[in-house]
Design a protein around this ligand. Structure first.
Ligand code: PMP
Length: 394
């Protein structure tokens, strides 16, 4: 039996992590895996999370099962954070999931149950897991142009041109903010044009919101999602708490389904709970409970928002520092896009050979498509990276 299995391609980013660990150079720099790191290279437990954990440890009297779809208080707190206060609760079905990945997986399974023929449109490029999960589920997938290799911004004309072929019953997967892997994002005018296109075509948006608070702020990062939610009758949103609460290993995420009426919402809610039951029964509760406590307690929330803002501003500062070092070294503004991009990642636009040279000659690790994790830098390593980028002819 087991000998019939075919070897699976290893995850490229995880393989890079292993290669980095094995590199004996003391001055090596890890810009690979998508984890926030502070200036000392640590991924700290956020202060509000520690405080909530302490409170929870003292107050928790049972660890019996929760509700299959997760706790209503978690649903409400997350829907409020994502959709804004005063969101239309009567339209929203919600499901606690195993991280943001679990939310995407459940969303795709839900779509497959509703319309097995749906084509899922994904940005070129996108987070590789989108593509591997879609292939694993055997769903039809098409790419739409997204990244402009010259400007390193969004090729919006190309995107809209490709999306002209979207049909009723298809699904368009959009990154809510902080696009992974490029760092290039839609502005609100572009979001509105996407909403027009979705309205016209009768396709449904699936928004992957994994970095709310990492780009322009908690509300600004959700603005595109909120615009879509206000305009379209049916919307799926897969959100992750891994990054903005720093609780990666707690596996905390949520799937929201916005329906046009309560009967459809109830149908979606029942199907979503069913999907949890079939795949893993209950989603982990610890992280979801911490998130609920933080979002609903004024002082914990203030502490969390303050720290999240520090995290966001530190990444913005590093972006500006890197762009200005490169401006000085290159004698041009051709790396200005680094300061325009938002979130943890930027796609540098280097060739695979140049990425390999950065690794071999400078001990600088980034993903092969030249995605770099800005949070892997600090004030000391920024100039080192800038010189290496110029040295490798990027
Ligand atoms: N979507 C995107 C675009 C991501 O980058 C990530 C994390 N790398 C996720 C979803 C899911 O994250 P998690 O499952 O760790 O919550």
């Amino acid at each position: 039996m087991l000998n019939n299995l075919k070897p699976q391609a290893p995850d490229k980013i995880l393989a890079l992590m292993g290669q980095f660990r094995a590199d004996p150079r003391a001055d090596k720099i890890d810009l690979g895996v998508g984890v926030y790191k502070d200036a000392t290279g640590l991924t700290p437990v956020m202060r509000a999370v520690k405080a909530a954990e302490k409170q929870l440890w003292e107050a928790e009297t049972t660890k019996t099962y929760t509700a299959l779809a997760g706790e209503p208080a978690y649903h409400a707190a997350m829907a409020g954070m994502i959709l804004g206060a005063g969101y239309p609760a009567d339209r929203v079905a919600a499901l606690a999931t195993v991280g943001g990945t679990g939310a995407i997986r459940q969303a795709l399974e839900l779509i497959r149950m509703a319309n097995p023929d749906a084509t899922i449109w994904v940005s070129d490029p996108t987070w590789p897991n989108h593509l591997t999960i879609l292939a694993y589920l055997g769903m039809k997938t098409r790419l739409y142009r997204y990244f402009d290799a010259d400007t390193r911004g969004v090729n919006f004309a190309g995107m809209m041109d490709d999306l002209k072929e979207v049909k009723a019953g298809d699904v368009v997967l959009l990154h809510g903010c902080c696009h992974n892997p490029t760092g290039a994002n839609l502005n609100l005018t572009e979001w509105a044009a996407v909403a027009d296109l979705l309205e016209r075509s009768g396709a449904m948006p699936l928004i992957d919101l994994a970095y709310q608070g990492f780009g322009d702020g908690l509300d600004a990062d959700a603005a595109g999602t909120r615009l879509i939610a206000a305009r379209l009758p049916q919307v799926l949103i897969a959100a992750s708490c891994s990054k903005n609460f720093g609780i990666y290993r707690e596996r905390t995420g949520i799937l929201l389904a916005l329906a046009p009426d309560t009967a459809t919402r109830d149908l979606a809610q029942g199907t979503m709970a069913y999907l949890n039951r079939q795949n893993y029964s209950f989603a982990p509760d610890h992280g979801a409970r911490l998130v609920t406590m933080i979002l609903t307690d004024a002082s914990l929330r203030k502490e969390w928002e303050t720290e999240l803002e520090q995290v966001r501003l530190s990444m913005l500062g590093l972006r500006e520092q890197l762009a200005s070092e490169l401006r000085a070294l290159a004698g041009s503004d051709r790396f200005g896009f680094i300061a325009q991009h938002r979130g943890m990642f930027s796609r540098l636009g280097a060739s695979p050979e140049q990425v390999e040279r950065l690794r071999a000659e400078h001990g600088i690790y980034m993903v092969g498509d030249s995605r770099l994790n800005i949070a892997g830098l600090n004030a000391t390593t920024v100039p080192i990276l800038a010189r290496a980028i110029i040295d490798c002819g990027i």
